[in-house]
Design a protein around this ligand. Structure first.
Ligand SMILES: *[C@@H]1O[C@H](CO)[C@@H](O)[C@H](O)[C@H]1NC(C)=O
Length: 137
């Protein structure tokens, strides 16, 4: 995993302006095996209230691994951040970045980085929090 993180970081630093494009670094790999990101974002109608717990969910195909970056830097697990991986069948991999106690500082550009056999594909999202709703009594 650590190696993927480094590769992904290096690529993102070089290709910062084209982070949504697939970057092929091993042209001999078969096209059918290219990692692909179907979607990246909050699931369902979840509102990211400050203080709540949310998943930023990245649905990938043909990926061996996925990592998350914030502002181009790899997010390490620990503290309020947790990586959860799920095998979704048919060569699908779902990675969740679970953020506990969402805070204003979490706002920004997140990247999901899918990796397979030397090929990296990324997708970004802009995360914005919502203030906790006033009590409706
Ligand atoms: C995030 O997704 C995982 C896996 O589906 C789930 O176990 C967890 O409860 C989810 N967390 C939130 C905050 O929805």
């Amino acid at each position: 995993m650590e190696r993927n993180v480094l590769i992904c970081k290096a690529l993102l630093l070089i290709f910062l302006t084209s982070v949504s494009a697939a970057m092929v670094i091993n042209p001999e790999k078969k096209i059918s095996n290219l990692p692909f990101i179907e979607s990246f974002g909050l699931q369902g109608k979840i509102i990211p209230y400050i203080g709540s717990k949310v998943n930023l969910t990245c649905k990938m195909k043909h990926a061996e691994a996925g990592i998350f970056l914030k502002a181009g830097l790899a997010i390490r697990e620990g503290g309020r951040f947790r990586y959860i991986f799920e095998d979704s069948g048919h060569d699908g991999l779902v990675a969740h970045l679970e953020i506990t106690d969402v805070s204003k500082e979490d706002e920004g550009v997140f990247t999901c980085c899918a990796f397979s056999a030397g090929i990296i594909t990324t997708k970004t999202l802009t995360f914005k929090t919502a203030p906790y709703p006033p009590a409706s009594i």
